[in-house]
Each structure stands twice: as structure tokens, then as C-alpha cells.
Design a protein around this ligand. Sequence first.
Ligand code: AMP
Ligand code: ZN
Length: 465
Amino acid sequence: MKLYNTLTKKKETFVPLEEGKVKMYVCGPTVYNLIHIGNARPMIVFDTARRYMEYKGYEVNYVSNFTDVDDKIIAKANEEGVSAEEISTRYIEECKKDMEAMHVRPATTHPLATKEIDGMIEMIQTLIDKGYAYNVDGTVYFRTRKFDEYGKLSHKNLDDLQAGGRSLLVTGEDQKEDALDFVLWKPKKEGEPFWVSPWSEGRPGWHIECSVMSRKYLGEEIDIHAGGEDLIFPHHENEIAQSECCNGKIFARYWLHNAFLNIDNRKMSKSLGNFFTVREICEKYDPQVLRFFMLSAHYRSPLNFSADIMESSKNALERIMTAAQRLRELSGDKEMTDQEQEKLTAMGEYRKKFEEAMDDDLNTADAVAALFELVKFANTEVSQESSGKFAAAVLKEMAELSDILGLSLEKKEETLDEEIERLIAERQAARKAKNFARADEIRAQLLAQNIVLEDTREGVKWKRV
Ligand code: AMP
Ligand code: ZN
């Protein structure tokens, strides 16, 4: 399998540190709001990478954090008059629901920054002891110029950075020895959450979190570190500096970065306000459509979001679903003919193409194309005259390749029921809040899907009519 490594700017053959095992860390979201579909891109593409590596027989230890202490979380907590912990706990729960809907499997470990502060204090102390960090009035900075290899990931030159250094100077950081130095620990401000440390009551900088959590759950050397391309500089560059200076070892062998999800050719982001949450999109589409849309492009290509592209993704996915349903109906116990056996052997070509695409730096766009060739094969080669075992074998092939992409061909009856239950609960809440307009709207929405509600003494019952 080849992977494009940001560090070397080349596609390289993937060789794990330990045979048959992959240690992979993916930077997770900062939890102060519902995630938007831009945040969903790394989740979906790296979950697919994980699934494919597992398919190839690797045991994948997959770690992805939640950043649960941050200025934005604190700002949101102040806005609502609740604690920062309440905000982060709420949005971690919501994020996990979105992940499940998009078939993003839970990580082996999802560490929380706030639960790892001791490890961060220890790493910062080691960096101070080794001369890589210094404390000024309770703020600890990393001495960037002491690390000769700084800039190796983003391919930036320290002097160019220095020239642009003024923009790196953040207000209140004027006591730094050098404009390129970055914060490892900062003192609390009034009303902020804090932890006791040898330098001040305060909290860690963002970059140190990932260095510490990655080391704790995966070890000092890992195979793959991944995230969106906006993280290359400074986040990942700083992680490398911290980890390699502290541990004296190469931190991660392969650095993978997804390109942005854009809208009107601009990055979708909370700060620009041009975003859709995963939740909003899933009200209109099966979450699998979102997943399918993300995988229809290569992860390193920018992807533009539009209503049209969602519609065509929906139609494309439906073509797979319809083919699968037809195969399900044609499946049975009748034995295959010799001719069908031969066709089945020829069908192996699509899996081969699929694997070749995925082996080529996770080219999901070509893998999806191979899946569609299989769909075409199914639609033309399997008919009423085919044996039940032949139809079943083609269905199995289609389901297995889809599963590597995290797409399930199962009928959606169950989730539909869940959605109904959710709407009923929402309607009850609306009635309780005397929002009868919303309650009626939900009843009408369900009725439009031929679902009738009945208010009984034991609660609301529903049936399909
Ligand atoms: P954040 O919560 O902003 O730290 O982002 C969490 C993850 O989502 C990071 O890996 C980001 O690089 C990624 N990300 C944020 N916005 C986008 C976008 N528009 N397209 C692709 N990835 C994004
Ligand atoms: Zn990170």
C-alpha cells in the first residue's frame, strides 16, 4: 500500500514499525458546537483508511482525541452561563452520535485533553529540563530555534518564518525570546478552568495535548499521524518539535492530510460562518449519502459542497442500494452452473481494481468507480434465470467492498424507526413547551410518510398506514 507522506512530499510504500500492526493518531475536533461537514471529512476518510488497513489484515490501534479545553469552549460556556465541562461533555455526546450515523467507528481510544493534564505537565517539565522550553512569569514557551529540524513537515524555512514572525506574535506573548516560540502552558485568566502546575495555575497549549495523548496511547513512535491540511502548520509542526525533543525519537513515520471541504471554493469553517452541520444534512439525507459524497473524491483533492452534488450522490448511492435489493430478492439455494462459476471468477477483476485504487494512496474515487463496475455487472449478469447462489455470491461481493468504504447495503428499516421515535420525542417536548405549531408540523411530516400517531394513555403510539 502506498501513502502520500506530507513529510517527504512523496507517495511511499507503507511499512509499519511492527509487522501486522498500525499505530495511528488522528487529531479530533474541538468540542464547542455541533460538528460541521468539513470536520466530518477527516473523520470519514481516515475511518476508511482504518477499515481498509484492517481489511488487509493489520491490527489498527486508532486514537483520536477530543480537545475539550479551549478558548472557544470557554467563550461558549460563558455565553450560556454553564461550565466549560458541560459544554464539552454535551458536544462530545453529539459528535459521537454524528459519527455513528456516518458509520465512523469509535476509535480504539478517544482521549480527552482535560483527563491527561498530568502527562502534559510531565512532558513540559522534561522539555524545560532538556533546555527546549522556558518559563516566563508562569507561561512556558517552546524554544523553537533549538530544534534544528523545525519546519520539516510544512517545508518552511525558519528564516522565512521569522520574516513573517510578527504575525505570529500573539498579544500578551511579548516576553517570548523569539517570535517563533509557541506556548506549552499558560496562566489562567479570571473565570477560566485551571490546573495547578509548577509554573502557574493555568492550562496547557493546544499542541502539547496531542504529543502527550499520542505517546500515552500509542507509544513514542507511531506509524501514521493524520488530520486536515490546516493542521500541518503550526499544529503538527509543533507536535513534532515537542515529541522529538522530549523523546529523542522520530515521532510519526507517515503524515497524512486531507484537503478542505469547500463551499463556493472557500474552506467551510465555523469562523467564516459558511458551514452546514452534519445534523442539518442528515435531516435531509441518509447520513450514508454524506459519506458516499466524501469518498467520491480523493482525500487530497479539494471538494466542493453543493446541493446538486448531494443530489447526485444520493442517486448514485441509490443505484447501489437498488442493485443490492434486487440481488437479495434473487438470492436462494439453487446451485450455480459452471458458466456462473466462470463469471464469478471474472468478477474478481472488480475487487482487484478496488484494491489497486485503495493501495494507491487510498484513492476512494477510483475504488467507488470499481464498485460501480460491479453494480453494472450485477445488473447485467444476474437475472430471473440465474441461480440463487450466484445472486447471493454477487451480493456478498458488493456488500464486502461497500463495507470497506463504511457503506452498509442493509435495508434502513431500523434507523427509520429510530428517526420516528426521535421525532415523536421532539413532538412531545414541543407540546410540553406549548410549541403547538412545531408539534403539528411533526405530525404532518410523519403523516406525509404514511405514519400515523395516536395519543394513548400509555403514551404516543405510531403505525404505518
Ligand atoms: P477543528 O475542530 O477546527 O480543530 O477541526 C477538526 C478537524 O477537522 C481537523 O482535522 C481540521 O483540519 C478538520 N477540518 C476543519 N474544517 C475542515 C474543512 N472545511 N475541510 C476539511 N477538513 C476540515
Ligand atoms: Zn492534534
